[in-house]
Every structure is written in C-alpha cells, then in structure tokens.
Design a protein. Structure first.
Length: 284
C-alpha cells in the first residue's frame, strides 16, 4: 500500500515536472523566460521546452500591432495660441526582452514621449501652420520618437494626429476676429461702392454740363444766324419783326400763365402797340 502511494506521488511529480517543462506559446505572442531570476531566452509561437523549477515564464508579450491612444492635451503655439491636440500611435514589439527590461512601463513611456514631442513640435509653429500642417507634424513626430523607442525593442509603425483644434477661449477669439474681418470687408466694399457712385455721378454731371454748354453754343449760333437772316429779310419792314416778336410775346405769356407761381396774368389791350414800344426801345 505504501509502495503504491509512493509510486503515485512519483508519477504525479513526473507529470507535473513534464507539464512545467513544456510551454505552448500561441501565435502572435512571445514568452520571456527567466532562469533563476535572470533573463534566459524568448519563446516563440509553438511548443517549447524549458527547465522545470529553474526556468520561469516571467512575461507574456504580444507581437501584434498595438494601438495606443494618446490623450488630449493643451499645447501652446509659437504665437502663444492654445490648442488641443491628441494622437494615436501604432507600435510593434520586435524584441520583447528589451521592452520588458529596458523600461518600466513601455505603454506609459511611449505615451509621455509622444505628448512631449508633440508639444515641442507644435510649439515651434504658428497657429495657422499648426492647424493646417498635420502631415508635417506627423512626419516630425515619427522621426522624433522612432529612435528612442527602438532602444526598447519597439518599432513605431505610424503615428496619426487625431484632433488638433483651438481651445474654447481661442475659438471665441477667432470667431470675434473673423466677424470683425467680415465687418471690415463689408465697410470697405460699401465705401468703394459709394466712391464709385460718387465718381460716376460727378462724371455724369460733368458730361451733362458739357452737353448743356455745347447746346447753348449751338443755340446761340442758331439765334445769330436767325437774326442775321431776319435782318436781311425785313430790310426796314417792321411788319415781319412785329409778327415774330408778337409770337414770342404770346408764347411767353402762355408759359407765364401755366406757372405755379402765377396768380393773375394781365395782357395789354393793344398788343401791336406794346410790340411797337418794344421795338422802339430796341432801336434806341
């Protein structure tokens, strides 16, 4: 009976020892093995044999691409504008032993490294450049942290800028500035329109004055020609002159009667005598 118990215990220990010495690593992972507290080897995917009781799997590390979300942070630009920026980094662990022994917490280390580099890069740029140059920021950020994390056995696949927006205070200031700029442009447009209208109006008045002057010259010349022809025609005969002056006199009285200011128009009883009186005055 005692022999069977001892045999059973020994069998159990053998099975336990074999189980401890055989390690199956799933695809997409690597195991870091320590021997007596010191790094010994890295186990790849598949079936692996280690020394029971002496070797120990200390770390299980994924070899898949890891997506790291970099939290949002306030960043001050070169022109003292405050913007909110965050990013996402894609990393891959190519040397698990360096990742676990080279840094205490590679996730936290990379996160802080990306945030620090992002603040430094944006701090050298103006607000407008920072808001419109994501590709440039991405390239500089990748170049800045790739060499540092390679010492930890980690490769930076890519890093993307998720959001880069002005802070609430900065957005309010930008909206006020944009509104002021729109008002300024509207005022300039109105002023230019009024200026153009005034110029056109002045040019119109000038052109009208020129036309009026030309018309007056033409009328004066026409009157001169008419007077000359009338003078030649009458040759001392007053009757045609009286007829012309009478016609003008009647027209003037009719216009005076139509005027709003005219209240009463009195015509002389003897219009020919009145015309002869005017002619006499002209002769004098």
């Amino acid at each position: 009976m005692d022999g069977l118990m001892i045999a059973g215990v020994l069998l159990f220990l053998v099975i336990l020892t074999l189980a401890m010495g055989v390690k199956t690593v799933p695809q997409g992972s690597k195991f870091v093995v320590q021997r007596l507290g010191k790094f010994h080897s890295t186990l790849g995917p598949g079936l692996n044999i280690i020394m029971p009781y002496i070797d120990q799997v200390a770390y299980k590390v994924t070899t898949k691409d890891i997506v790291m979300d970099i939290p949002s942070q306030e960043v001050i630009t070169k022109d003292n504008a405050v913007i909110i920026a965050n990013a996402v980094a894609y990393i891959n662990i190519v040397a698990p032993e360096k990742a676990v022994y080279g840094v205490e917490d590679y996730n936290l280390a990379i996160q802080n490294l990306v945030q620090t580099s992002l603040r430094s890069i944006i701090g050298e740029m103006g607000l407008d450049d920072a808001l419109s140059s994501r590709d440039q920021i991405k390239a500089k950020l990748k170049a800045a942290i790739s060499d540092d994390i390679s010492d930890w056995g980690i490769t930076l696949k890519t890093v993307e800028i998720q959001d880069i927006t002005p802070s609430d205070t900065m957005q309010s200031a930008m909206e006020e500035q944009a509104a002021a700029e729109r008002q300024r442009r509207a005022a300039v447009t109105r002023a230019e329109g009024e200026k153009s209208a005034a110029i056109l109006e002045a040019e119109g008045r000038l052109e009208a004055s020129k036309r009026d002057a030309e018309a007056q010259v033409v009328l004066a010349k026409a009157s001169q020609v008419a007077i000359q022809r009338v003078t030649e025609a009458i040759q001392g005969n007053e009757l045609p002159v009286m007829y012309i002056l009478g016609e003008k006199y009647v027209d003037a009285m009719a216009a005076l009667a139509k005027s709003d200011n005219a209240k009463t128009v009195i015509l002389p009883a003897d219009i020919p005598a009145a015309i002869q009186g005017m002619m006499g005055g002209l002769k004098k």
